[in-house]
Every structure is written in C-alpha cells, then in structure tokens.
Design a protein around this ligand. Sequence first.
Ligand code: PEP
Length: 254
Amino acid sequence: MKKIIIGNWKLNLDHLQGIQLLQKINYSLPKDVEENIDIVLAPSHTSLRSLQTVISTDKLKIKLSSQDVSMYKEGAYTGEVSSTQLEKLDISYSIIGHSERRTLLNENDEIINQKLKRLLEQRITPIFCFGEPIENRENNTYLEFIQEQLNEGLKGIRKDNMNEIIFAYEPIWAIGTGQVATIENIIEVLDFTKNLISSKSFYNQEKSRFIYGGSVSPDNSEEILNLNIVDGALVGGASLDSDKFVKIVNSIKL
Ligand code: PEP
C-alpha cells in the first residue's frame, strides 16, 4: 500500500506564500517520491488555482486537496465552494469533517455525509476526519463515539464507493496540542475502524487507506508511519515548515 502524507495548511498563507512553500517542499523531496508516497497539500481555497498552475506547469510531484467542500451542488449559498468547481480545477482530494469545522462551525454528521456524497459524485477523494473529544477518551466511550460518527457520516454510501475514502483518525485532544496519541491508541482505533468499514463495504485491502492525524512531527513520525496499520498522516502545524514536512515524509521506510 502506497502511504500518503497530507499537509493541512488551515487558515495560513496567501497564494504567493503558498507557492513559495510548495516549491520549497517539492525541491527537498526525494526525486522518486511519487513512485512510493503520495504527497498532498491542502491550502486555502484562494490558493488552489495558483498552486495548481505551478504544479502542472512545472510537473511537480505533489497533489492538491481542498480543506472543505460545500454540501450543496450549486445555487444561492454565498461563500460556498462546490465539488464541481474543485473538480474543474483538477483538485484530487478534499478534507471533510475536520474537528475544527465540527466544533467551531457546528458541522454535524448529516452535513458531512452530504459533503461526502458531493465529493464521490465528482470522483474527488474524500479525506474523512473523525475522532473523539477528550471527555470520551477519559470516560472510555471513545469507540462508541467513533462508531456513531462513522455510521452517521457514511449513511447511504455505496459499498463499492467505500474504498475511495481515506479515513483519517484525528483525536481532538491531539490536534495542535503537541500531545500525540500513543501507538496503542492509534492501533486500537484504526483496527476498530477497519473492521467497521469492512463490514460496510466490498473491502479492498489494496485500496482502502486509514491514516492518523494529531501533532505528527519529525520527533514521532518514524514510529507512527512505519506501523503496518497506518497508511499515512494528516499533518497540520508541521506542514507549514518545509524542513519538518519533508522530514516526516522521509521517515517512512521504503
Ligand atoms: C490537523 O489539523 O489535521 C492536524 C493534525 O493538526 P496538527 O498536526 O497541528 O495537530
């Protein structure tokens, strides 16, 4: 299974700064990286067009993701960006269900489920984020919480579409806190998720990807990314620093 490293730039960098960081990262990546690892960057919507132009003109080894997508196809939804618009820009991936949107912008499982459907219709790979808050970790109800998020978020998704989704386990208490989940935490939840997904789909082990996100850095990436069960990482803070991001990529043993 080819591993994937996704950099989530969040609400940082204008498009010129984005181009600079993209070029720096591309320059420092191993020459044959795309044969072994998928590298994806998720800048703000306003940077997607310029970064895509640089990637296609200079034939870079990096793909782009949006940080979100509208649940609507088109119409009177001011400020929204549709999956069709992203597809026209040749955007390959989109993050959905990020905990910052769930908690700060009140996105619920029903909205995320609609977003997932819009992406699958356009053949854009969804990066479906899920994960528990600290309370559920502490009172030992995190697996029930995750099961509910997955059951609701995946409602009505065709079995053969399930393998198109990248499942990103991102415990909320680990995001941006420096408090990375333990190896045992990661293995337990990804194993649980894989079992749940395989019971809902025509599961294809060669295609399905299950990744981890939450304070991944060069200090912990080697241990996490070389686990068999981990197919990659969603990286926030460390993706804004080209040295750290490339070190994370290079920590994967090929
Ligand atoms: C994220 O925002 O998806 C994330 C994992 O952030 P960080 O790496 O900064 O914890």
